[in-house]
Design a protein around this ligand. Structure first.
Ligand code: ADP
Length: 396
């Protein structure tokens, strides 16, 4: 089976053509500078080709992707008829989607209804969907939501303690994000542990970071909220913050709410604390060279993650398995070591030698660690492909 996965942003579009059963990726790539001029980067195995292709809208970007997939020199299929279905990443599903969904008019309307909740991402995701519908009208399309995995939370976890009308009229509540990644690593953790009735704390630590507390495969709490700004401090996001900070800064510096939120989303986090970079590799290097602001940024990030791990062990009433995933979680041995420091009291002990293994699923806890600590490389594309294939097969 061939599933095309589309992740459409406002001026970019990532794609992968893969087999949902084997996970084999036949081709992948990126369209950039849509609406400006247009550039396609296409990869098949180790071979890469970059082409300048006019992309006045997302439709031309999708057409460029389909053209190169069937191209005699760089293509991997003979005809676009060989694409069995398309899976679209959609950021905000609001409280309307607890699962992935075959795209029809009602689904599109529901994604449109979620635009006020995901104003930065949903419009771009919709452009990707419409563009695909236009150029491949007969191919089934599926929407896979970043929020869906977290819809099993109880009201105590998802309700904010603010007047009820904002929840009832405006759907203001905790949603959480990175759900496709949390779902993927949860499934892998259950398979690796050989049991489904386990308590898992997932740490998706990348440029954006979020944690989830999972039992019986269901999400019970997650650190991001109505938007991805909440939770631990991140590359450029502040994470949890007292709302009065916003009021103070707006009043003193004459900033609008949008300007202030832009500062909290794009100019804060470890970028602000380190004064060096939002990239953890740069910060680690500078900290090693003696930069104390960088050391603080790393320690603050580890502190936030550690604090959430402790609180999620309480939410779950224990923890069997701690999972590290995404850019920092998979690659930074020193950050994993920093986060787990002092957690021996709750049965978390990592083996310094195993902690240095990279690029594979590996249990890094000591044999006598009560909690098993795993590095599980995430694969959101595979999760999207599997959800897409499952729904399309069931609909046949
Ligand atoms: P996102 O998908 O949120 O953009 P990723 O999951 O790709 O982010 O993670 C990106 C982050 O991972 C970057 O901050 C990068 O510095 C960090 N990262 C990647 N490799 C390493 C490494 N070897 N050591 C430390 N951090 C790393």
């Amino acid at each position: 089976m061939n599933i095309l996965i589309i992740n459409a942003g406002s001026s970019s579009l990532k794609y992968q053509l893969m087999d949902p059963n084997s996970g084999e990726v036949f081709a992948k790539g990126l369209c950039e500078r849509i609406y400006i001029d247009g550039r396609l980067t296409h990869k098949v195995g180790d071979k890469k080709v970059v082409k300048e292709v006019p992309m006045p809208t997302h439709a031309e970007a999708i057409t460029a992707v389909l053209d190169i997939l069937v191209d005699a020199e760089h293509g991997v299929i003979k005809s676009t008829d060989e694409i069995d279905a398309v899976g679209h990443r959609v950021v905000h599903g609001g409280d309307k989607f607890a699962d992935s969904c075959i795209i029809d008019e009602a689904c599109i309307k529901a994604i449109e209804d979620c635009i006020p909740l995901g104003p930065l991402h949903n419009p771009a995701n919709l452009m990707g969907i419409r563009a695909c519908q236009a150029v491949m009208p007969k191919t089934p399309q599926v929407a896979v939501f970043d929020t869906a995995f977290h819809m099993t939370m109880d009201p105590v976890a998802y309700r904010y303690a603010i007047p009820k009308e904002y929840y009832e009229n405006d759907s203001i509540r905790r949603y959480g994000f990175h759900g496709t990644s949390h779902k993927y690593v949860t499934r892998r953790a259950m398979a690796l542990m050989g049991r489904e009735d386990i308590k898992i704390i997932n740490c998706h630590l990348g440029n954006g970071s979020s944690l989830s507390a999972v039992s019986e495969g269901k999400c019970r709490d997650t650190s991001m909220g109505l938007s991805p700004l909440a939770g631990v401090c991140m590359g450029t996001r502040s994470g949890d913050i007292d709302a009065c900070v916003v009021q103070f800064i707006m009043n003193k510096y004459g900033m609008t709410a949008d300007e202030c939120l832009n500062m909290l989303n794009k100019k804060s986090g470890v970028l602000a604390l380190s004064g060096v970079s939002s990239d953890f590799r740069d910060i680690e290097e500078a900290a090693k060279a003696g930069n104390t602001d960088c050391a603080l940024a790393l320690d603050k990030f580890a502190f936030d993650v550690r604090k959430y791990i402790g609180s999620y062990a309480t939410v779950l009433g224990g923890c069997d398995c701690l999972v590290f995933t995404a850019g920092v979680g998979e690659n930074s041995a020193s950050m994993r070591e920093n986060i787990c420091r002092g957690l021996e009291f709750m049965g978390i002990k990592i083996d310094p030698v195993k902690n240095n293994i990279r690029g594979e699923e590996v249990c890094i806890s000591t044999d006598d660690s009560k909690v098993k600590v795993w590095i599980i490389p995430t694969n959101e594309e595979l999760m999207i492909a599997q959800d897409t294939a499952e729904l399309v097969m069931a609909a046949k």
